[in-house]
Design a protein around this ligand. Structure first.
Ligand code: PRX
Length: 654
C-alpha cells in the first residue's frame, strides 16, 4: 500500500439500534460492556486472567498470564493445565446430562438428538479406541469427514487425549488431502465411507485411499465411519471400522491434563503464495476466546437452538460448532447436506422444524438464497429466530437488508463477525444488546481485543473513512501460535511488516465517525485506478445494489492509462446477457456504478455468468478471476469448482 491510504467511498448511513426487548434480556448490557473495556484498558493481563478463571476449568491454575519472552511467539496461561474436552463435555454432562448437545438433520431428512451424557460417552469410547491404536498426546490425526455429529466426536476425542487434529474439509480433493497429511505427518486418518451432499455420494474413503497411494506415508491406521453403506475397500492392516474400534470400549476415559499451550489443532488455510499454511492453535487461550465470544455475541440462553451452517472443515466450524458452543453448554444444530437440496427452502425448513433461535451463516449463502425470492422463506415459520449472524466476507448492504427484513422480520439483531482462521475466534462484532448495527459494518472490536488501522509506516490512520491496514496491536489468547513446521513464515506473514510490533491481518479497512470498522477486502484485492485506491468490495456492493444484479466479483487488470482497470464478473436475474448482444445492459451497469460510487469505479469490462466460480466452501475464486481478466492461462487448481462448465462463460467463449 502506498502513502495514499485507501479511499472509502461506501456511503452507508442507516443504523439499527437493538430493540428494547432484546436489550433487556441480553447477556451483555451497556454497563457491563463499559466495565469490560475499562478493565482491559487498565489492566490487560488482569482482564484476561479473570476471564480465564471465571470461564474455564483448570486442572492446575496458571501463574503466568502472558509470556512474551519469545515475541511474536506469544504464550498464554503457560503453566496452567487444562483439557478442552473436559471443559466441553464432562462439566456439562455433570450439570445437565439429558440436555440436548446436538440436534442432527441428515440430508435425507432423518433427525436424531444427542445429549451431553451421550456425547461424552461416544467421545470417551472413541478416545479409548484411539489410545488402543497407539495414538499419544501430540500425535497428529487428520479428520476427513462428512458434516455429521461423528466429526465433532472425532475432534473432541482427539482433544481428550491430547492428539492434535487437523480437519480437512470433505469437499477437498485427494491431492489436497495428501498435502495436508504429509505436512502434518499424521499418524491416523479418521474418515467415512462417504458423504451425502446434494443428492450425491462423495466417496471420502476412496479419496483417502488415493491420498495415501504411492508414497511412504506416516499413516498407520485409517478409521472409517459407516455413513452411506456403499461398498468400499478396506485394507486389512491399516483400515478399521469406527464401530469395530469403539464397540467394546469403556464409556469412561480420562481427559488428560495438558499444558495450556498444548496444540489443540492445526487447520490449513490458503495464503496468497505457496502451499496452504498449517495454522496452529493452543488449548487454553483458544477455548477461552471461543467460549466467551460465543456467549457474548450470540447471547446464548439455556433454551436456545444455535445453528452455525459452517462445515467443521473451516475455522468457523471449529470455534462455533465443535468448541465454543459445547463449552458453553449450548444446544447446536448440525445439518449434513447442501443448502438448497432438495429444494431452495431447505435452510428455512430446518429453522422451522427445529425451532432454531440463533442462525449464523455466510454472506455468500445469504445472497444465493436471496436469489430465489422472498416467497421461499415466507413459506416457513421463522418466528423462533431471535438473532442472525454472518461471517467470512464483507456483506453488501443489499444482502444485509434482505437478511434483516425477510429472514429476521426486522426484529433480530444481525451480528456481522470479523475474524480469521488465524485469530481463532471473533475479533470485531456487535454485542447484540448494546451496539447499533449498520448494514455492511462489523462495528467494533470486542473488549480486550485491541485493533487499529495503520498506514504503510504503521502509524494510526486518524481520519475517519480513510483506509489502511487492519492490525491487532496486542497479543490475544486465541491467536495462532505459529505455522506448523514453519515459524519463519509465521513471522514473515503476520509480523515482519511492522517490526514484529503489530499483527497484520491482511485486510484493508476503515473506521467511520463512530469508530465502526468497515472491511474493504484483502490487501491483495485492493485496486489502484488512476491513483485512487478502491476496495473491490465497494465496486461489488455497488453492482449488487442494481435491481437486476444478484452477485458480482471485481478484480483488477493492468490498464495502459489508468494503471489498473476494473473487470467485473456479474450474475444477473433472469436470462444471462452477453457482452455482444447486450451492450445496453453493460452501459447501464457502468453508469449505475458511476452513480453509486463515482466515475473512477466504472468497470472497464463486464462479463456475465450464471454463477460465480466458488470453492466448495463458498469463497469466490479471485485468483482465477484475475487470471481470466488478464487473459492469462489458467494454472490454478480448479478441481473444487462446483460447476466446471463455468470456465467457458468466464473466458467469454460461451
Ligand atoms: O478478509 C476477511 C474475511 O475473511 C478472511 C478470513 O478468512 P478465513 O480465515 O477463511 O476465515 C473466515 C471465517 C472466520 C478475513 O481476512 N472476513 C471474515 N469475516 C469477515 C470478513 N470480511 C468482512 N467481514 C467479515 N465479517
Amino acid at each position: 500500500m502506498s502513502e495514499k491510504t485507501i479511499e472509502s467511498i461506501l456511503n452507508e448511513k442507516r443504523q439499527f439500534p437493538p430493540s428494547e426487548t432484546f436489550s433487556q434480556q441480553a447477556n451483555i448490557t451497556p454497563t457491563e460492556l463499559e466495565a469490560l473495556k475499562k478493565h482491559a484498558e487498565e489492566d490487560y493481563q488482569g482482564y484476561w486472567a479473570k476471564l480465564a478463571q471465571e470461564n474455564l476449568y483448570w486442572f492446575k491454575d496458571f501463574s503466568t498470564v502472558l509470556d512474551d519472552t519469545n515475541a511474536p511467539n506469544y504464550q498464554w496461561f503457560t503453566d496452567g493445565e487444562i483439557n478442552v474436552s473436559y471443559n466441553c463435555l464432562d462439566l456439562n454432562a455433570q450439570k445437565f446430562p439429558n440436555k440436548k448437545a446436538i440436534i442432527f438433520e441428515a440430508e435425507n431428512g432423518e433427525t436424531k438428538t444427542i445429549t451431553y451424557q451421550e456425547l461424552l460417552d461416544e467421545v470417551s469410547k472413541l478416545s479409548n479406541g484411539l489410545l488402543d491404536l497407539g495414538v499419544q498426546a501430540l500425535d497428529r490425526v487428520v479428520i476427513y469427514m462428512p458434516m455429521v455429529p461423528e466429526a465433532v466426536i472425532a475432534m473432541q476425542a482427539c482433544a481428550r487425549i491430547g492428539a492434535v487434529h487437523s480437519v480437512v474439509f470433505g469437499g477437498f480433493s485427494s491431492n489436497a488431502l495428501k498435502d495436508r497429511i504429509e505436512d502434518a505427518a499424521a499418524k491416523v486418518v479418521i474418515t467415512a465411507d462417504g458423504a451425502f451432499r446434494g443428492g450425491k455420494i462423495i466417496p471420502l474413503k476412496d479419496s483417502t485411499d488415493k491420498a495415501l497411494e504411492g508414497w511412504e506415508t506416516p499413516v498407520k491406521n485409517v478409521v472409517v465411519f459407516q455413513r452411506t453403506g456403499e461398498p468400499i475397500n478396506m485394507s486389512n492392516q491399516r483400515d478399521i471400522w469406527w464401530h469395530d474400534l469403539t464397540k467394546d470400549q469403556d464409556r469412561e476415559s480420562k481427559a488428560l491434563a495438558l499444558n495450556s499451550e498444548h496444540p489443540l489443532f492445526i487447520l490449513y488455510t490458503s495464503g496468497s503464495t505457496g502451499k496452504p499454511k498449517g495454522i496452529q492453535h493452543s488449548s487454553g487461550g483458544y477455548l477461552l476466546h471461543a467460549k466467551t465470544t460465543f456467549q457474548w455475541i450470540f447471547d446464548i440462553k439455556d433454551s436456545d437452538v444455535f445453528w452455525c451452517t459452517a462445515d467443521v472443515g473451516w475455522i468457523t466450524g471449529h470455534s462455533y460448532v465443535a468448541y465454543g458452543p459445547l463449552a458453553a453448554g449450548a444446544t447446536i444444530l448440525i445439518y449434513e447436506g447442501a443448502p438448497t437440496y432438495p429444494h431452495p427452502g431447505r435452510f428455512w425448513e430446518i429453522c422451522e422444524r427445529h425451532k432454531v433461535t440463533l442462525f449464523y451463516t455466510a454472506p455468500t449463502a445469504i445472497r444465493a438464497l436471496m436469489k430465489f425470492g422472498d416467497n421461499i422463506p415466507n413459506q416457513y415459520d421463522l418466528s423462533t429466530l431471535r438473532l442472525l449472524g454472518t461471517v467470512g466476507e464483507p456483506i453488501n448492504p443489499e444482502a444485509w437488508m434482505w437478511y434483516h427484513s425477510v429472514i429476521g422480520k426486522e426484529k433480530c439483531p444481525i451480528v456481522d463477525t470479523w475474524w480469521q482462521t488465524e485469530t481463532g475466534a471473533a475479533m470485531i462484532s456487535p454485542l447484540p444488546g448494546v451496539i447499533s448495527t449498520k448494514p455492511g459494518s462489523c462495528t467494533q472490536s470486542l473488549p480486550g481485543i485491541m485493533m487499529d488501522i495503520v498506514d504503510d509506516r504503521g502509524n494510526t490512520v486518524d481520519q475517519p473513512n480513510k483506509g489502511g491496514y487492519l492490525v491487532v496491536t496486542k497479543p490475544w489468547p486465541s491467536m495462532l501460535r505459529t505455522i506448523w513446521g514453519d515459524n519463519d513464515r509465521y513471522i514473515e506473514t503476520y509480523w515482519a511488516k511492522f517490526n514484529n510490533r503489530l499483527y497484520v491481518a491482511g485486510d484493508s479497512a476503515n473506521q467511520d465517525e463512530d469508530e465502526f470498522f468497515w472491511i474493504m477486502g484483502r490487501i491483495d484485492d485492493v485496486l489502484n485506478v488512476s491513483g485512487h485506491r478502491l476496495g473491490t468490495m465497494e465496486v461489488e456492493s455497488a453492482l449488487v445494489s442494481h435491481p437486476n444484479v444478484v452477485e458480482a466479483a471485481v478484480v483488477g487488470k493492468p490498464h495502459d492509462i489508468k494503471g489498473e482497470g476494473i473487470f467485473a464478473f456479474v450474475v444477473t436475474k433472469g436470462e444471462r446477457p452477453t457482452e455482444d448482444k447486450e451492450p445496453k445492459a453493460t452501459k447501464e451497469l457502468r453508469n449505475w456504478v458511476a452513480e453509486q460510487v463515482g466515475p473512477i469505479a466504472k468497470p472497464d469490462d463486464i462479463r456475465y455468468l450464471e454463477n460465480l466460480p466458488k470453492t466448495r466452501s463458498g469463497k469466490i475464486m479471485r485468483r482465477l478471476l484475475r487470471a481470466i481478466a488478464r487473459g492469462e492461462e489458467i494454472t490454478q487448481d480448479i478441481s473444487t469448482l462446483e460447476d466446471e462448465g463455468i470456465i467457458k462463460q468466464l473466458q467469454g467463449t460461451d
